[in-house]
Design a protein around this ligand. Structure first.
Ligand code: GLN
Length: 493
């Protein structure tokens, strides 16, 4: 039999339904891949029994003609999602030992749709980072290597770096990610997989450890566009437990997939041609434009004039919200408690937070409390909110002229571990193309476009109008059909 770990979500769903293989065989194959993949450090918790139990339920459902949309599909779950009875740390020392009493809405929807869980995936601590190096439990190593004969360990992207590594190393056919400023799209681009962040409000945030609540969105990461559509349908939908959840029906995205872009206008934002962009990224973008044309689209140049303010705006708003959200970690309610001898309550808070939070998280809390402080609130936070409105307006005006936007996902291919870790600004600059659409709450996806000269994957990003996930997925499919991206990392681990 072919190696079942090469299969994607649609293949598994259809193969289980047809009886080509059993769900138990699939779960066992992925469980074995997870165990073999330890050197990549992609998993914080392994839950092989959960995957097997869901598989057995899927096999029984097939026998009784009762299959659900994800029956027999084992998934990896980013450790930002609370999972009942399974340790959830958001890759932070402060949540060590925290075992949620409840299931996040997203995971309960996925499990309700028949999926099983292979384990909890490593990530940047509290989803703050672009390389997975801020995890309290060690960085993830990308399965990809440069083709220069060297052995440099590369970043899998972040913050959903365990998620991207798991799919690209064939340890899971699909995974959940979250995206606050690019954390689904950039790691997908770095590892040659697809990922979509839906419109803000499509996926419930209930039970997702909060980073920046006005930006956080969950989404799927998988081998290809179809698999993302299947997973996103299972994850989306109104949730009364999330005040910002959209009360709208979930479209049948998979059924309406089409790579035909006739009659569609694809916008190319001129401000995304940033200084010092590697020639290979420029070339890939040109190639993407040619593919969109080939799919029947009309190409139009558009302007998003406030693009250059997006990064500073994001790095004010996200830390501000984070500093408020993270106030709840006080050593009383969750996880770690550091109670030095004779300490009073204040000292216990301070010791716990000093011990439990990593350096990047502390940096964000300090930036956040600064921009929210009485003396600086108007100069920074209020100003950033105003600029955010201008960025939203830029997109509204651009979408009068086009249906989707096409850009590179990131300004570089995967960088080496340690290469940017000491320079937070260099790290933040990696988010330059993903952050604007996050600030505007728009659906956006990354699909693999090709390899650079070093043999590393590069991604193309498609950004859509609010609620137009279909347009985004379809443009993604048009690119995918033309890119013919089949490269995968060698199994060196
Ligand atoms: N890299 C960005 C940051 O560090 C985005 C992270 C995310 O989307 N969760 O904030």
């Amino acid at each position: 039999m072919t190696d079942l770990t090469n299969l994607g979500i649609a293949d598994i769903r259809d193969g289980v339904a047809a009886g080509t293989f059993s769900a138990r065989e699939v779960a066992s194959a992925f469980n074995a891949a997870v165990a073999k993949g330890k050197p990549l450090n992609a998993w914080l918790v392994e839950t092989p029994d959960h995957a097997l139990a869901a598989a057995d339920a899927a096999d029984a459902a097939r026998a009784s003609g009762d299959l659900k949309p994800l029956s027999g599909v084992p998934l990896g779950i980013k450790d930002l999602f609370c999972t009942k009875g399974v340790e959830t740390t958001a890759a932070s020392g402060i949540l060590k030992g925290f075992v949620p009493q409840y299931e996040s809405t997203i995971t309960s929807k996925l499990f309700g749709a028949g999926a099983g869980m292979l384990g909890k995936l490593n990530m940047d601590q509290f989803a703050m980072g672009s390389s997975n190096e801020t995890s309290a439990f060690g960085n993830v190593i990308s399965p990809w290597k440069r083709n220069d004969g060297g052995n440099a360990a590369l970043a899998p992207g972040g913050s959903s770096g365990g998620s991207s590594a798991a799919v690209s190393a064939r340890m899971a056919p699909g995974v959940t990610g979250t995206d606050t400023g690019g954390s689904i799209r950039q790691p997908a681009a770095f590892t040659g997989i697809s990922g979509i962040k839906p419109t803000y409000g499509r996926c419930s945030r209930w039970g997702v450890v909060a980073f920046a609540s006005s930006l956080d969105q969950a989404g799927p990461m998988a081998k290809d566009v179809r698999d993302c559509a299947i997973m996103l349908e299972a994850m989306s939908g109104f949730d009364p437990k999330d005040a910002t959840s959209l009360d709208l029906p979930v479209p049948a995205w998979e059924k309406r997939l089409s790579g035909d872009l006739k009659g569609k206008r694809v916008g190319i934002p001129r401000e995304y041609r940033v200084d010092n962009m590697p020639a290979e990224i420029e070339a890939l973008w040109e190639q993407g434009i040619a593919w969109a044309k080939d799919a029947g689209a009309e190409i139009v140049e558009v302007s998003l004039p406030h693009t250059k303010y997006a990064l500073p705006t994001y790095y004010i708003i996200a830390p501000a919200e984070a500093s408020s959200n993270l106030a709840r970690y006080d050593g009383v309610r969750y996880g770690l408690r550091d109670l030095p001898d004779g300490a009073n309550l204040q000292e216990m808070y301070a010791a716990t937070r000093a011990d439990g939070f990593g350096a990047e998280v502390k940096r964000r809390i300090m930036i956040g409390t600064y921009v929210l402080s009485a003396g600086f609130y108007d100069a920074y936070f209020t100003k950033a909110q105003k600029v955010r409105s201008l960025i939203v307006r830029d997109f509204e005006q651009a979408f009068e002229k086009c249906d989707v936007l096409l850009t590179p996902t990131a300004p570089s291919a995967a960088f080496g571990l340690g290469e940017k870790a000491a320079d937070p600004i260099a790290m933040y600059l990696n988010d330059v193309f993903t952050v604007p659409s996050s600030l505007a709450g728009l659906p956006a996806m990354s699909v693999p476009g090709g390899l650079d000269g070093q043999g590393l994957p590069l991604g193309l990003q498609i950004i859509g109008r609010p609620l137009d996930e279909q347009g985004v997925l379809n443009a993604g499919l048009a690119i995918e059909e033309r890119a013919g991206f089949t490269a995968r990392p060698g199994a060196w681990w």
